[in-house]
Design a protein around this ligand. Structure first.
Ligand SMILES: [Zn+2]
Length: 353
């Protein structure tokens, strides 16, 4: 283990304050080994877009609560909540049904890469809260074509960025489609502060009215039925679009408190709400592919931001990343999950190593 740590120290060109690495695009580390986030030289701090505080945050949250009041009881369901079985959307379900007394249609978009724990957690939620759950399962063949297409068009930023930036809107899109069909005015997603990169709190209507089908799916291998499963109202301007909100961006958010609250309420045991056991299996495999490809963890930017906000320890992430890189280089990280993803997609991922 000592050897592993020494390799890490030699290898990383990281900020001595927050651990961000100069291999993260657009990051500059000065001669004193301090990044431009920590030195305050950065004008376009992406974090400030995602982490509002004080009066601005309170005003947005108050506006959210007022909006809930204004829509309650006026539609077949008050809102659609995108449910993954993870801690964040589970917590929002509790908040919306118990505290705010909203009539919630929970939607789970089931993919072949959903973790077993996430599925178990969804069943637990049904036993605790008064809501209806709709599972949308597009099927293995759809996802094989969907993810194979995305894997064939990976951008330089890596697998996570290329795939999640399409898959995430696809899942939001299934919620939006259902909301339009059932005349529901609001779609709520359980995104934690900082995720996804493309939105803060509310996705503007101008974005909702764009075509969300990636260009490369407009090719002979993909038919109209395949395309119809994506959100796309770009050619029907008359269609009313629901609001799409991520209220955790403007609420007092603390991942640990949320996990403890769910455990204390007997809803989800503490050990079953950790992202490592509820996250999409494909995300974990793509993380390995990205470490192989770019040499750094694709979530480093997020973890470094947590260190800067004092929510997490730099030493812990340094140790974990070093260990992770060591395991990935030796094909010892998640080999069973890599084999499973290969079997579903019909791709030999180890060739990409
Ligand atoms: Zn830094």
């Amino acid at each position: 283990m000592i050897r592993v740590v020494i390799i890490g120290i030699n290898y990383m060109k990281a900020c001595r304050k927050c651990l961000i690495d100069e291999r993260v695009p657009d990051v500059f580390i000065d001669s004193g080994n301090v990044c431009d986030y920590c030195s305050g030289r950065r004008g376009d701090d992406w974090e400030s877009r995602f982490h509002v505080t004080g009066g601005k945050k309170a005003a947005l949250f108050s506006g959210f609560e007022d909006y809930l009041e204004s829509i309650r009881g006026r539609h077949p369901y008050d809102l659609v909540l995108s449910l993954s079985g993870g801690k964040d959307s589970s917590y929002l379900l509790k908040y919306l049904t118990v505290q705010k007394k909203m009539k919630v249609l929970g939607i789970n978009v089931s993919t072949p890469f959903e973790s077993k724990k996430a599925r178990t957690n969804l069943n637990r939620l049904k036993n605790h809260f008064d809501f209806e759950l709709l599972v949308i399962a597009p099927g293995r063949e759809f996802f094989r074509r969907f993810y194979s297409g995305l894997f064939a068009h990976v951008q330089k930023e890596g697998y996570i960025k290329s795939v999640c930036d399409v898959c995430n809107p696809f899942i939001h899109g299934k919620c939006l489609q259902t909301a339009v069909e059932k005349d529901i005015p609001l779609v709520v997603c359980g995104a934690a502060p900082g995720q996804p990169y493309f939105m803060f709190y509310e996705l503007p209507e101008s974005e909702l009215r764009k075509n969300w089908i990636p260009d490369f799916f407009h090719s002979p291998g993909y038919d109209d039925y395949f395309m119809s499963r994506f959100w796309n109202v770009s050619e029907s301007p008359q269609t009313p679009v629901p609001r799409l909100l991520a209220p955790l961006h403007v609420m007092d958010y603390n991942a640990e408190s949320i996990r403890k609250e769910l455990a204390d309420g007997g809803i989800i045991p503490y050990k079953d709400s950790h992202p490592a056991v509820t996250n999409c299996i494909l995300v974990q495999v793509m993380m390995v592919l990205d470490i192989r490809r770019n040499g750094i963890n694709p979530f480093l930017k997020d973890f470094a931001a947590m260190v800067r906000r004092g929510e997490s320890s730099r030493a812990m992430w340094k140790f974990l990343f070093t260990l992770q890189n060591w395991l990935v280089k030796r094909n010892l990280f998640s080999p069973a999950k890599i084999r499973y993803v290969e079997s579903v997609l019909g791709i030999n991922l180890r060739k990409k190593f």
